[in-house]
Design a protein around this ligand. Structure first.
Ligand SMILES: O=C(O)CC1=CCC(=O)O1
Length: 259
């Protein structure tokens, strides 16, 4: 499938190394709001909406994660960035993982958060059917219920409402196509091909993609480091922003990678 021109935002110095942040299924680039200000002090931070989400186009499906990678490669080309550090959460992590395996020369350092090399397909394929028949809005409360721990969600109703609105705002068909891309994703054989220095991040209480998924990734990528965020569910970057931003910066800054 032809790459689409995704909608993106840039923050930080234009001449700094590029960091691309890739969103999870149902979210938008706004999910990175807690990370962007600190990263933008020394990186050119590019957040974008995965196709079918936010302000990006939702072309006719089906989609594969390789299509989403094509969109990121096209984005890097539009930015004039030969290489970039890439961080992605969940579906965004699948995109980042496949990008790093397919186009190793384009990826500096890699951060894979709350993601999987082989998600259990059935739930995502079922969800695609539900999104097509009833839209994404009715699905939102249950999904957000996995993004934050129950205690954190109870204390942050405005955040819960904002996240539910992100999901409800996704294009129903585009979201369904992305669910199917997740359901058909299998990167287990990609892992040994990834050469970028890699940080893997788990939400210790993530009910969507629990820590064994990230353990498998960390075991498969040579030299990868695994960090567990607790308490944390599927979007630990929202629940523990200081810890996750600190881990991201420590990994990106290592070995003078921002020089
Ligand atoms: O939406 C969920 O339930 C969890 C998830 C899996 C892939 C993704 O991006 O989010």
């Amino acid at each position: 499938m032809t790459a689409v021109e995704v909608s993106y935002t840039e923050d930080g110095p234009a001449d700094a190394p590029v960091v691309v942040l890739s969103n999870s299924l149902g979210a938008t680039r706004g999910m990175w709001d807690p990370q962007v200000p600190a990263l933008a002090e020394r990186y050119r931070v590019v957040t974008y909406d995965t196709r079918g989400h936010g302000e990006s186009p939702a072309p006719a499906g089906p989609y594969t994660v390789d299509d989403l990678v094509d969109d990121v490669v096209a984005l890097l080309d539009r930015l004039g960035a030969r290489t970039a550090h890439v961080a992605g959460l969940s579906l965004g992590g699948m995109t980042a993982m496949r990008l790093a395996a397919r186009e190793p020369a384009r990826v500096g350092r890699l951060v894979l958060l709350a993601t999987s090399a082989k998600p259990d397909p059935q739930g995502f394929l079922d969800r695609a059917v539900q999104a097509r028949s009833g839209g994404t809005a009715p699905l939102a409360p249950a999904i957000v219920g996995r993004w934050l721990t129950p205690a954190y969600a109870a204390q942050h109703p405005d955040l819960v409402a904002r996240l539910e609105a992100m999901i409800a705002g996704a294009d129903d068909e585009g979201y369904a196509n992305c669910c199917e891309a997740v359901g058909h994703f299998d990167a287990r054989e990609d892992l040994a091909r990834i050469t970028a220095p890699t940080l893997v991040v788990s939400g210790a209480e993530d009910p969507a993609l629990p820590p064994p998924h990230q353990q498998l990734i960390a075991d498969g990528i040579a030299g990868a480091t695994l960090v567990s965020i607790s308490p944390g569910a599927h979007l630990p970057n929202l629940e523990q922003p200081l810890e996750v931003t600190g881990a991201l910066l420590a990994h990106l800054d290592a070995a003078g990678s921002h020089a």
